[in-house]
Design a binder for this molecule. Sequence first.
Ligand SMILES: [Mg+2]
Ligand SMILES: [Zn+2]
Length: 179
Amino acid sequence: MKLAILDRDGVINQDSDEYIKSPDEWIALPGSLEAIARLSRANWRVVIASNQSGVARGLFSMDTLNAIHAKLRRELAHVGGTVDAIFICPHGPDDGCACRKPKPGMLFDIAGRYDIDIKNVPAVGDSLRDVQAAVAANCTPWLVLTGNGEKTRNHPDLPAGTQIRTDLAAVADAWLSEE
Ligand SMILES: [Mg+2]
Ligand SMILES: [Zn+2]
């Protein structure tokens, strides 16, 4: 099974320091939905793993988050793509949960859902904590330069071996050209 794990904000859609608090604030990055659609057509299963501490912070409800994801799925379907599942961590940084990246809990949950060894499954993110979670779960870390990516690229703690591409479209190009 070809499985890909994607961060959401800064990878699929524009990120915001003010959080994405409503469907209107969720705006896809150029080419990202089409990149997922190309993966879908090539029989990749795409799963999102996203920290959403705005829930714990009281900035938006789970209902609103579901509405945001309904928009994501609707726009994605419009270009012929699909995501299999969306895993989120709704906790805050002080909650001590196992799922907030850089902890690998969500990635292990995904492995459990598909009953697979996620060793070497590619995980794409724009922030250091995405890359760190990928490494902790034994996934292959991919960094895109959208969102926080440019900042992350120059971080001294960026794990060696992180695959770096301009954006999700370039990541999909790399994966599909290997097939
Ligand atoms: Mg992000
Ligand atoms: Zn959590």
